[in-house]
Write a protein that binds this ligand. Structure first.
Ligand SMILES: NC(=O)c1ccc[n+]([C@@H]2O[C@H](COP(=O)([O-])OP(=O)(O)OC[C@H]3O[C@@H](n4cnc5c(N)ncnc54)[C@H](OP(=O)(O)O)[C@@H]3O)[C@@H](O)[C@H]2O)c1
Length: 336
């Protein structure tokens, strides 16, 4: 099969297409012919070596996190999915090996693809959906005010729609050029973060979901009601690059977690506000919820551009520039 692999950690120059043997399934797994996968920043962060302690990175390493495709073989013990089923899944953040024509994946990380979505649309949802669910599901109730920082990105565009589906009043930040898009996604109030300070414009939020991951909690405690919380896809004011520069790419995450813990203590003691690191974890119940809201049309995929697998490094460059609106999708079955 054809696959996009890295041959060593570093920049996009180490990303190349290779012919590799098809993966073999074990019990509990499915062999899926992948039609489309989506680009998530963690994919190229793994490629750059920032997450090298996460298992599954033997070189040449196939990157990728989520996918949509068709089941080609079913391992022993798998129930409810058959050869020929159209499915979507989240194999793992960054080391899911989804930028390839086939994947052997645990059936518990796969659900049936909603019939109303194309493979490209379905592939755009699992990782960002799992992240939004980790931040919002069972944490937001009808009438809560939720601030979503970074409303126009992959995570933010899912999170706005999902928070609205929970009945929240949604305030979102984005640059002026994305104001209309974010309003159409359902935000009740949109704040241009480049020309004004969101921290001075929000009060009484039940939850702040920082999808960008570098928000300084000390600026935002006052925006949140007592008993509310700030959730971050990062670790707070010291972003990943600053942490990597200081501690190296083996230990930065540990120091980031210590930062987050300090913020948790400061938030609780000083302001009665929680602080949580948000992690997207693959789970069948999460995927089922993502499929449910997509099937109902409550959350619609937002895709900026589709690239063939041969142009994956261009897709990575665009993602690395940090200005993507919604998602970038990699077409693997040749339907682009
Ligand atoms: N912890 C986890 O499990 C987890 C899971 C998923 C993602 N993440 C991390 O979360 C971050 C976001 O992921 P993503 O997939 O949403 O990325 P993305 O789609 O690449 O985000 C790009 C968007 O961010 C917006 N943006 C950039 N800086 C901003 C700022 N200061 N304020 C508001 N908006 C800003 C850009 O809009 P403008 O052009 O308008 O600025 C652009 O639309 C990444 O660092 C990713 O690695 C973590």
């Amino acid at each position: 099969m054809q696959a996009a692999v890295i041959t060593q950690y570093g920049g996009n120059e180490f990303l190349e297409l290779r012919q590799l043997p098809d993966p073999q399934i074990k019990s509990g797994q499915l062999l899926v012919r992948i039609h489309a996968a989506s680009v998530n920043p963690i994919d190229w962060k793994v490629g750059q070596g920032y997450f090298r302690l996460i298992p599954g990175q033997k070189m040449p390493c196939i990157l990728g996190s989520d996918f949509s495709g068709v089941v080609e073989a079913v391992g022993a013990g798998v129930k409810g999915l058959l050869v020929g089923d159209e499915v979507m899944g989240l194999a793992a953040g960054g080391v899911g090996h989804t930028f390839a024509e086939r994947i052997a994946v645990a059936a518990k990380f796969v659900v049936k693809k909603p019939a109303n979505l194309s493979h490209q649309e379905a592939a755009s949802l699992p990782l960002v959906g799992a992240t939004a669910l980790a931040a919002l599901r069972n944490k937001v109730k009808s009438g809560d005010k939720v601030l979503i920082v970074g409303g126009s990105g992959g995570v933010g565009s899912f999170a706005i729609q999902y928070a609205k589906s929970l009945g929240a009043e949604v305030v979102a930040t984005c640059s002026l050029r994305n104001h209309e898009m974010v309003t159409e996604l359902g935000a009740d109030q949109v704040i241009d973060y480049q020309n004004s300070d969101p921290a001075t414009q929000v009060t009484d939020a039940s939850l702040i979901f920082d999808t960008i991951g570098d928000l300084d909690p000390d600026k935002y405690w006052g925006c949140v009601k007592r008993g509310g919380a700030i959730g971050s896809t990062g670790t707070g004011p010291r972003d990943m690059h600053a942490l990597v520069e200081k501690y190296g790419n083996r230990f930065w995450l540990m120091f980031g977690a210590v930062d987050a813990l300090k913020q948790k203590i400061r938030g609780k003691r000083g302001h009665g506000v929680g602080y949580n690191m948000i992690f997207a974890m693959p789970s069948q119940s999460g995927l089922a919820e993502i499929a449910r809201v997509a099937e109902a049309g409550t959350v619609k995929p937002v895709i900026e551009q589709v690239f063939p697998l041969s142009e994956i490094s261009q897709a990575f460059e665009l993602s690395q520039a940090g200005r993507v609106r919604g998602k970038l999708v990699i077409d693997i079955a040749g339907n682009a």
